[in-house]
Design a binder for this molecule. Structure first.
Ligand code: PXP
Length: 244
């Protein structure tokens, strides 16, 4: 049995997606975040994209004031975003790759591409007391490079697993990368494409301390409400962890 509590952070981006479909004020992702926290979320995640297609700057500032658990700000490693993060001072920043044309974050950050730029941002953010997680593919080279850059944590991209939940290879890659990250002293998180149906095998990986889940929660909320969707995910995670 894996006793340690695995944190569930809820990504509320797609509440903002629905709002932005009409460029109005409802539904409010900040109000949704409060309900998620009351339903047991351990943290709130929001991705401020360069094109502001869902979360907008005002949401981030309001979340920073209202979140009672912790705020995880996902963002690209750009000068603009680092300045915003330094003003907002979230508990954690997760650096993600970003291309305007993508529908969602496709693939992890190639942390070997601009090591100097990453070290500069990681150092500035950490000096301000902000933990820095790097969203990477579950790949040994990326995990080792993340450690070398001085990251606080890595978030393992679970997209390949989520698309092929019964294949052993993507799951093994996650297990190996998680174990390696923990051995190297990194905190290990995971996320992307996780649902109640597929979360179990990822939740059961002992080294994974935190899951970031968004789309499935907001999608399910349409039918059962967001509080019930959070609780349902929590139950699925706990059941999987207890059975290991
Ligand atoms: N983690 C990261 C770094 C992400 O970019 C996303 C998507 O915004 C998620 C987790 C959540 O993925 P999903 O919305 O598929 O649950």
């Amino acid at each position: 049995m894996t006793n340690s509590h695995q944190r569930l952070y809820i990504n509320i981006d797609h509440v903002a997606t629905v709002r932005q479909a009409r460029r109005t004020v409802e539904p409010d992702p900040v109000a949704a975040a409060t309900i998620c926290e009351e339903a047991g979320a351990d943290g709130i995640t929001a991705h401020l994209r360069e094109d502001r297609r869902h979360i907008i700057d005002d949401d981030v500032y309001r979340l920073a004031r209202s979140v009672k658990t912790v705020l995880n700000l996902e963002m690209a490693n750009t000068a603009e975003m680092v300045e915003i993060a330094l003003r907002v001072r979230p508990y954690q920043v997760t650096l993600v790759p970003e291309r305007r044309e993508e529908i969602t974050t496709e693939g992890g950050l190639d942390v070997t591409r601009d090591p100097a730029g990453l070290v500069a941002s990681i150092t500035r953010l950490q000096a301000a007391g902000i933990g820095v997680s790097l969203f990477i593919d579950p790949d040994e080279r990326m995990v080792r490079a993340s450690r070398d850059l001085g990251a606080t944590a890595v978030e393992l991209h679970t997209g390949t697993y989520a698309h092929h939940p019964t294949d052993e290879m993507p799951l093994r890659a996650l297990q190996a990368a998680a174990a390696l990250g923990a051995t190297l002293g990194l905190h290990v998180h995971a996320g992307h494409g996780l649902t109640v149906a597929n979360v179990g095998r990822v939740a059961a990986i002992p080294a994974i301390e935190e899951l970031n889940i968004g789309h499935a929660i907001v999608g399910r909320a349409i039918f059962i409400g967001i509080a019930a969707a959070v609780r349902e995910m929590r139950v699925a995670m706990d059941a999987a962890r207890a059975s290991t």
